[in-house]
Design a protein around this ligand. Sequence first.
Ligand SMILES: Cc1ncc(COP(=O)(O)O)c(CNc2cccc(C(=O)O)c2)c1O
Length: 456
Amino acid sequence: MTQTAASVQDMAHHLHPFSDNKQLKESGVRVIEKADGIYIYDNQGNKIIDGMAGLWCVNIGYGRKELGDIAKNQMDELAYYNTFFKTSHPAVINLSAKLAEVAPAGFNHVFYTGSGSESVDSMMRMVRHYWASVGKPSKTILIGRWNGYHGSTIGGASMGGMKGMHAQGGLPIPGIEHIEQPWYYGLHNEGETPEEFGLRAANWLEERIIEVGADNVAAFVGEPIQGAGGVIIPPSTYWPRIQEICQKYNILLVADEVICGFGRTGSWFGHETLGFKPDIFTTAKGLSSGYLPIGAVFVGDKVVEGILQGGEFNHGFTYAGHPVSAAVALKNVQILQDEKIIQNVHDVTGPYMQQKWREMLAQFKYVDDVRGVGLIQGFTLVKNKATREMFPNEGETGTALRDIFFRNNLIMRACGDHIVASPPLTITKEEIDLMLATAEKCIQEFEANMDAKLGA
Ligand SMILES: Cc1ncc(COP(=O)(O)O)c(CNc2cccc(C(=O)O)c2)c1O
């Protein structure tokens, strides 16, 4: 890719996240200047379909000017004040009431952060504070899943199960355990039904609890659907069994809703779609549709009651409940509500997109395990569908296809050799057709390249 002047300047001063910055200096970057609806526009005049809604976050779509108006008005009124030391402000008071309104029953309090990672870290500290407050201080261990993703702070990266992240910086921190993920396609036994596998996968939690001792376990933490792990959707029996186990051993159940929250799966929150009720859930991304940074931990009544007994909770951030972020988040949630965007995902565009992906992908020999719920979509690139043999050098093949999408002005995400899509929730059926027509052309090119490479 020929580097634009802006790219050269970027490369001179900017270290990018989750990137090999040496390689990036050679390849350069695509400079995105504008966005509208499901489209982003780079500085070379390309109109690009953003099949990832930024980073799974621009739920209401780009270009909603009313959020900028709200931000300016709030900025002019009160650009910043904190919520420490017995103070609050109208923006965060109004947002909190709205979040209690859209949350499931039993969730009437939120704790604010600046990101999903900070929401996860806050949850981790809150959970341990809860058990200490109710007289069980030995309950400190948090259990997550391998290939789960919970952010990039030391707490969030430890809670997550990405081994490449653990290898950088001596993670995980003590007190974190991981069990295997409920990945039916890759981990089921011959002849085992999804329902049977879902129970077996959930029971890995009970086995671990017994190993470490229930009196030492504080919580189980999981994404309703693993996002960055490649859209891993557990069988229907998984989460209800997890819920039973947590109740049996008196362990808090935490849902990480940073991706699944605010409509992605066709309900306000993913745990409503997947059929379980957590004690706490973490959010960010769709809370503001990425227009401004903000995160929120939704704390269930039982946990609130416990931590109210615990005196001061020594934790919080300068930007917690930031007035401009809170005002924009409130408008974002109102738009989701007023325009019935989540209902439309559930009733119309979610089922439509799922059907169209299945129909379109059926033609391909290296594509298997097509899956999705609402407007979160995944499929896996495999060398041999009959034997479920994966490609070597995990991620190399996924990246090759992602680069073809990128060259064809379509943003999709490769999570290893899983290909995922997570478009803005405002995507229309016509735009879904366009996204899939582009994707089809790219996958055809990918398959021709792979056949040539394998001499098929
Ligand atoms: C479930 C979950 N929990 C926590 C975080 C951390 O949120 P922040 O990034 O705001 O600290 C996430 C974030 N998820 C995320 C973030 C950046 C990139 C990608 C990707 O899939 O490429 C995914 C997430 O998906």
